[in-house]
Design a protein around this ligand. Structure first.
Ligand SMILES: [Zn+2]
Length: 258
């Protein structure tokens, strides 16, 4: 059973117990309010931290790994910066995973094709990457996933199995949608926050301190800053004797449908 169902059952049980108690003694209404706030807090936390597997099973790392291998993932492209990312990856002879937005693929089809011809792995990152994605109905999420999958199949013949929700948000609608489209949800356990922090050093140090075997690093191929961090990261991982692998190899899962 997923965590959010356990929490809901637990809260319902506590409410029933409290309700029964009201027949025998006075239960202050703030107790109910407090319980509601705890549930709300856990729900919000569960929605935004994909590592928790709160609403849906997500693959966010290779657990308990002792092998020095790690996966680099890039979200939100293809973007004009993708070219520089691809050049760097080629220079270091490294294979990465790109979670692409459907709309961006339409805008940059040649870059998209280069990601594949350079030997990298691709995954679905929705069609619109809407800021309201967390409030979409399950049907709308299914439409977003299907549209991007079809687009990619037309351009490359690839049928993608991996889906990474925008902002890493999960909820019951997204959970229902991925079970319908049969996509595997891929998260991360090393978040660079390269779209939040301005300073390159801060981003690099943040990632460096979190590196461990079996990890999945989240970066974005959308800024020069991220490209600079990537170069430092590649040098660091090399000096630490890490091998960089695509997500399917790390997790031993099929990224594409045959
Ligand atoms: Zn994104």
């Amino acid at each position: 059973m997923l965590k959010h169902k356990k929490i809901v059952l637990f809260c319902v049980a506590v409410v029933l117990v409290l309700f029964t108690l009201t027949f025998f003694t006075a239960v202050h209404w703030t107790i109910f309010l407090l319980l509601f706030l705890v549930w709300l807090g856990l729900t919000a936390w569960g929605s935004f931290d994909i590592r928790l597997n709160y609403f849906t099973k997500a693959y966010s790392s290779k657990p308990n790994s002792t092998t020095k291998e790690i996966a680099l993932t890039f979200d939100d492209g293809p973007h004009e910066m993708t070219e520089k990312v691809l050049d760097l990856l080629k220079k270091f002879n490294v294979k990465a995973t790109f979670f692409c937005i459907g709309k961006q693929i339409e805008n940059n089809p040649e870059l998209f094709k280069r990601i594949i011809s350079d030997g990298h792995l691709i995954g679905n990152h929705s069609y619109s990457h809407s800021e309201n994605f967390g409030f979409f109905s399950s049907q709308k999420v299914v439409d977003e996933i299907t549209k991007t999958n079809k687009l990619v199949e037309q351009l490359s013949g690839i049928k993608m199995n991996f889906f990474r929700p925008p902002f890493g948000v999960t909820n019951p609608m997204i959970s229902k949608a991925v079970s319908e489209t049969k996509h595997l949800v891929v998260g991360w356990n090393i978040r660079s926050l390269d779209t939040v922090y301005e300073d390159e050093n801060t981003i690099f140090e943040r990632v460096k301190n979190k590196i461990k075997p079996g990890g999945i690093i989240l970066l974005h191929d959308t800024s020069q800053k991220s490209v600079n961090v990537l170069e430092r990261l590649l040098l660091f991982l090399k000096s630490e004797n890490y091998s960089i692998v695509a997500v399917d190899e790390l997790l031993n899962l099929s990224a594409y449908e045959n």
